[in-house]
Write a protein that binds this ligand. Structure first.
Ligand SMILES: C[S@@+](CC[C@H](N)C(=O)[O-])C[C@H]1O[C@@H](n2cnc3c(N)ncnc32)[C@H](O)[C@@H]1O
Length: 232
């Protein structure tokens, strides 16, 4: 989808339907402990590496115990639960009710449900003020124009940091997408939308945020850029 044809409502509808259906099955098994193919296993491992790094960054912000964190696009709740165990007050939001139900059940199983408020809601519509916002492997589904709009809302929800991932533009990956699929057919996910450096700079400018840290995480078939953008 080119950015000029981006339709925010249609895009949300498509994501909601995917993550309540096939996407739920796919990602819940990657984020769970099912036996996986070797390709998906590298995605699980890469995601775990990214989460460890993001957790370190969040702790380095030096927020006090009980600080509020929004986990935007919380999926099955992996990061929310980890935060809740550390004593943060978490708001976990996802567009897909299937994901929220799964995250809630998991939080209850692990005894941290009282530290998490769950909400079926979108990155575009969520409101509030938080000490920090995290958003992992969600913005990878937004083309530049949509990314910029959604990121503006996330940036408005905190006076501190937004720690998030996105897919940086990469010529080779772009070619592979164009040729017709990076993954074998049965392994394909939703299309990954790559963001160019200049598009990221424009999005940052619109929010007045500055990039504090940026680290590329590559592990097998998992490739992402982790970023900490801050108002301070
Ligand atoms: C690949 S999963 C990542 C889940 C989680 N952040 C993690 O890293 O474990 C992407 C999640 O984003 C959610 N999502 C996609 N678009 C969204 C939107 N506009 N608002 C809220 N959640 C969204 C999906 O339902 C899905 O749970």
């Amino acid at each position: 989808m080119s950015s000029s044809s981006f339709n925010a409502e249609e895009h949300k509808k498509m994501l909601r339907s995917y993550f309540n259906g096939q996407g739920f099955q796919r990602w819940a098994s990657i984020y769970g402990d099912d036996k996986l193919s070797s390709i998906r296993n590298t995605v699980r491992q890469g995601h775990a590496v990214m989460m460890d790094k993001a957790f370190d960054w969040l702790q380095q912000l030096g927020l006090p115990k009980g600080a509020t964190v929004l986990d935007a696009g919380c999926g099955t709740g992996l990061f929310s639960i980890r935060l809740a165990k550390e004593g943060y007050k978490v708001t976990a939001v996802d567009i897909a009710s299937q994901m929220v139900d799964k995250a809630k059940a998991e939080a209850t199983k692990q005894g941290v449900q009282d530290n998490i408020t769950f909400e079926v809601n979108t990155l575009e519509s969520v409101r509030g003020t938080y000490d920090a916002v995290v958003c992992f492997d969600v913005l990878i589904h937004y083309p530049a124009e949509g990314f910029s709009q959604v990121f503006r809302n996330l940036a408005s929800l905190t006076k501190g940091s937004v720690i998030f991932t996105y897919a940086p533009y990469n010529k080779l990956l772009a070619l592979m997408h164009w040729v017709g699929g990076y993954f074998p057919k049965k392994e394909r996910r939703t299309t990954i939308q790559m963001i160019r450096d200049e598009e990221m700079q424009t999005a940052m400018k619109k929010t007045g945020m500055q990039v504090k840290s940026r680290e590329k995480i590559s592990f097998g078939f998992y490739h992402t850029m982790l970023m900490n953008a801050s108002h301070k």
